[in-house]
Design a protein around this ligand. Structure first.
Ligand code: SF4
Length: 327
């Protein structure tokens, strides 16, 4: 039997180039495993409970972004978390057996509360405290073999594994797996200003960007500030454009490094070359997006099929959970 892998993303807005490596990893995993990928819309509400106007559209758009980026719905199941109500039931039942201290000690909990408070928003809600538990319910529901995670998400996965063990200790039923961390080599693309790529800094290039948007964003990129004239020797190691060449123009990066150091290439030319490479990279993404726009029912069909597959597993899991808990 093919082993199951599960992962999700919050639909908080358009995906950017920084997300591509995550999707690329999803595509790779779907070649080997039975993969379930979901839009974590209830998770989005934990922090954006006051801004849900665009949530439905964002959910759909993120699926379009995934498909445009090359995720093949014939090789994985794509669904919306909130369409599978069993997630809410499992979250509720697991909340009865989760010690409060487990939630309070999640490393990101206090950090995020502080970060949002600095922006004038109080997210210290019951729902936000419980988000690692909702995440655990999302994962355990599909009894996966593994979950693709970054180093920073390991505590969340450990929380999930601990919960699986606690359920077994309390009810003696092996309903859940203890999912492994599938540590992905996700390349961290910096923002165009060299800071961490983030929506709040507006320093990213969307996967849906057209040619002009790409050019405009590249024009804004921070280069070597000491380089005034083309003939000035440059320092490519401190230049954001150079870093991006490493991602999108690997073949020419060494040549650009040399030409920059000896003042043989101007920053304008170097940026134009990068824009062309990123546009080349985005071309197939744009083509797939255009095809989906022409036939929007295809997106609905993908979600419908994914929901059906996810619901089937979720219903089976909940039968076992209720039985184990003698409900
Ligand atoms: S030539 Fe290219 S790598 Fe060198 S500083 Fe200018 S933009 Fe950066």
């Amino acid at each position: 039997m093919t082993e199951t892998v599960l992962s999700g993303m919050r639909p908080t807005g358009p995906l950017h180039l920084g997300h591509y490596s995550v999707i690329e990893n999803w595509i790779k995993l779907s070649e080997t495993y039975d993969c379930y990928y979901f839009t974590a819309d209830w998770h989005a509400i934990t922090t954006q409970f006051d801004a849900t106007d665009n949530l439905a559209q964002n959910k759909r758009n993120i699926v379009i972004d995934w498909l445009a980026a090359g995720l093949d719905p014939q090789k994985c199941h794509i669904f919306h978390q909130s369409d599978i109500k069993e997630h809410a039931e499992l979250h509720l039942l697991l909340s009865m057996i989760t010690p409060l201290s487990w939630l309070e000690r999640v490393p990101t909990y206090k950090d995020q509360i502080r970060q949002f408070r600095d922006q004038g928003k109080d997210i210290a809600t019951y729902g936000f405290l419980g988000y690692p538990l909702l995440m655990a319910a999302d994962i355990l529901m599909y009894r996966p073999f593994g979950v693709p995670v970054g180093e920073d998400q390991l505590p969340h996965l450990e929380f999930c594994r601990e919960l699986s063990r606690r359920f077994y200790a309390l009810y003696g039923a092996e309903v859940f797996t203890e999912p492994k961390a599938l540590l992905a080599q996700i390349s961290m693309l910096p923002g165009i200003d060299k800071r961490k790529m983030s929506k709040s800094y507006n320093n990213f290039i969307n996967l849906s960007a057209d040619e002009k948007e790409v050019k405009d964003k590249i024009k804004q990129m921070i280069t070597d500030p000491e380089r005034i004239r083309k003939t000035d020797p440059g320092h490519p190691d401190i230049c954001c454009v150079h870093t991006y060449h490493g991602f999108y123009n690997k073949q020419q990066q060494a040549e650009i490094t040399e030409n920059c150091r000896c003042g043989a290439i101007g920053c304008g030319e170097c940026k134009n070359c990068l824009s062309a490479k990123i546009n080349e990279f985005l071309e197939p993404v744009r083509e797939r997006r255009a095809a989906l726009e022409e036939q929007p029912h295809l997106v609905d069909e993908v979600i419908e099929a994914g929901n059906t597959a996810a619901r089937k597993v979720a219903v089976e899991t909940m039968v076992m959970v209720r039985e184990a808990m003698k409900i």
